[in-house]
Design a protein around this ligand. Structure first.
Ligand code: FES
Ligand SMILES: [Fe+2]
Length: 334
């Protein structure tokens, strides 16, 4: 190789598999829909997931399941079916499926034992219905640990209307991208977060303590769970809050975000005070998102030349490269 060839080649790190590469996706909890999308007495909604289609179902008794959307008879979309007691009834020929996805009846003909939908491990928490990409979950979603365990936690939930044309892990990677807090976010670290970075198989986190340009003191434990779940818990200007961003992967190279955040009412304060604080947390976090948006909406994310100050980010890339990937529902979802 000549020197000229060498300088003309953009340096690249070892690639990180994209979502959907070889048909596989990271094995994590993906948001499917808001819990409110499924009415109390029962309901069915369709959603895109992992490049295919699923339905989230709340049965009349309150059980929530997430299934592959297409009826195993001729492929009608079950989101246009209806509930028939604790079963989902296909709109086309009336095949009925129980809340485990097993076909209960095939319009009067004997039921083939193979007649079943793919059922994802599913939970409803933080105001969102989540499905795990796997036959059983590899980790649990984080839950808040409020200062007063006996007092209520007041929460807000929002779905972000706009999809980003990058995989969720690209958005999640900002959390470990400690350089970018100086620009675009203009934060000043009080402690070096690199000193507290902690890893396990399915999460990575660190202590974050910074003074922000608006004068806020931002002090949290921030972590990424799986490839796509941002979690933080701590204080903003001394008051406790938690925040979770669940990033859905409706298809490859797409992120759709769901946010839930909460705090506790303080003794003696007026009832609206907790809501006002939650509005402040939302404005603070959405401002960080707005600062990132021009980059995230245009980036061609390609880890290239990394420097010493990218150490935590480089470790996150290594975590992503070894992160388990699968797609057990692949034959059901399209
Ligand atoms: S396509 Fe569902 S019952 Fe025929
Ligand atoms: Fe950011």
């Amino acid at each position: 190789m000549t020197i000229t060839d060498d300088v003309r080649r953009r340096p690249r790190s070892e690639p990180i598999p994209s979502e959907g590469a070889d048909g596989l996706f990271t094995q994590t909890w993906f948001p499917v829909c808001l819990g409110d999308a499924l009415p109390e007495g029962g309901g069915i909604v369709g959603a895109e997931l992992l490049g295919g289609r699923v339905v989230a179902v709340r049965s009349p008794s309150g059980r929530v399941s997430v299934f592959s959307a297409y009826c195993v008879h001729l492929g009608a979309d079950l989101s246009v079916g209806r509930l028939d007691g604790e079963a989902v009834r296909c709109a086309f020929h009336g095949w009925r499926y129980d809340m485990d996805g097993r076909c209960l009846s095939a319009n009067g003909t004997p039921v083939d034992p193979r007649a079943r939908l793919f059922r994802f491990p599913a939970v409803e928490t933080h105001g969102v219905v989540w499905a795990f990409n796997g036959s059983s979950p590899l980790f649990a979603l984080p839950q808040p640990d409020p200062p007063d365990p006996a007092a209520p936690v007041v929460t807000r939930t929002a779905a972000f209307g706009q999809e980003l044309a990058v995989d969720p892990w690209v958005v999640a990677a900002q959390t470990l991208d400690l350089q970018h807090f100086a620009l675009p976010h203009e934060g000043t670290f009080v402690e070096d977060p690199n000193d507290s970075v902690t890893w396990d198989e399915f999460s990575v986190g660190y202590r974050y303590h910074a003074l922000m340009p608006g004068g806020e003191e931002y002090r949290v434990w921030a972590s990424i769970h799986g490839s796509n779940i941002f979690w933080q818990q701590g204080t903003l200007d001394g008051r406790w809050f938690y925040w979770i961003t669940g990033m859905a992967a409706p298809r490859a190279r797409t992120t759709a975000s769901y946010f839930t955040w909460g705090t506790q009412p303080l003794p003696g304060e007026p009832p609206e005070a907790a809501g006002e604080f939650l509005a402040k947390v939302q404005a603070f976090m959405f401002n960080l998102l707005a600062e990132d948006a021009p980059v995230l909406m245009t980036i061609h994310y390609t880890p290239g030349l990394l420097t010493k100050s990218d150490a935590a980010l480089a470790d996150f890339f290594a975590y992503l490269r070894r992160y388990p990937r699968a797609n057990p529902a692949r034959h059901f979802l399209r």
